[in-house]
Design a protein around this ligand. Structure first.
Ligand SMILES: C[S@@+](CC[C@H](N)C(=O)[O-])C[C@H]1O[C@@H](n2cnc3c(N)ncnc32)[C@H](O)[C@@H]1O
Length: 235
């Protein structure tokens, strides 16, 4: 019953924060074990951000924080890593990871909806790993634009749909499989559309899982420097 409800509810056009919180209350304890097949893609996204020592990066919807150690090492102790996560259960696991691995004071977890992100820091770079609900929330995107430097770099990975004419079996399989990890199927054909509507320059540079996962990079509006696409890399 819970399964079919998730599929039907996900047909709504907007993310549902309450349902997401309820889903991740159940998913949190086994979350890391369930994500092995997306690890390589996540690493590609971090590399594509081309972080420099001393920079500030926001890991949007950081979940249990699997990328925090790599982000912390890359920006170094003079940089800042901010994980933003609204699920208390996921944020607790992220904080435990920070403590267990002694990542340092330059790594922090803000437990709040991205829509209410309040930080004195401004992001040089934004990372979205399987953060579909956030990407479909206009309020979240507007908040992130306010909290980032003009022209901040962006890298995102996640699930997307193939053209329905021939890709429908893969789409149906993936959408069913992902039913608890997101709360809206809206925007799956081009998950970064809301950012583009706000003049972000974005380019899909790689796909995986037969085209049903994407790596898209670029930058927010607000700089006159042209964006140079990174070389395609493999992990
Ligand atoms: C599929 S998980 C991805 C977690 C992590 N980025 C990763 O790569 O494993 C999606 C995460 O988004 C979080 N989330 C969803 N909507 C959110 C929002 N509006 N604000 C903050 N976190 C949100 C969920 O709680 C969940 O932890």
């Amino acid at each position: 019953m819970a399964v079919s409800l998730n599929v039907l509810e996900n047909l709504k056009a907007a993310p549902d924060a309450e349902r997401a919180l309820a889903n991740y209350r159940e998913l949190a304890s086994d979350y890391d074990a369930s994500c092995s097949r997306i690890e390589a893609l996540r690493l590609l996204a971090v590399r594509a951000l081309r972080l420099q020592p001393g920079e500030t990066v926001f890991d949007i919807a950081c979940g249990t924080g699997p990328l925090l150690p790599l982000l912390a090492r890359t920006v170094g102790s003079n940089g800042r890593v901010v994980g933003v996560e609204h699920s208390p259960e996921m944020a607790t696991l992220a904080r435990r990871r920070v403590e267990r691995l002694r990542l340092g004071n330059h790594v922090s977890i803000l437990q709040c909806p991205v829509e209410q992100l309040d930080s004195d820091l401004q992001a040089d770079a934004l990372l979205f790993c399987y953060a579909h609900d956030v990407l479909q929330s206009p309020a979240a995107i507007d908040r992130l634009i306010q909290r980032s430097r003009p022209g901040a770099r962006i890298a995102m990975v996640g699930m997307k749909t193939l053209p329905w004419l021939w890709g429908w079996p893969v789409n149906c399989f993936n959408m069913y499989r992902a039913r608890q990890y997101l709360t809206t199927y809206a925007g799956l054909d081009r998950p970064w559309r809301l950012l583009e509507r706000r003049s972000a320059q974005l380019c899909e540079i790689d796909t995986a899982l037969w085209g049903s996962a994407y790596l898209t990079v670029g930058r927010l509006a607000g700089t006159t420097t042209a964006y140079t696409q990174p070389e395609k890399e493999t992990v």
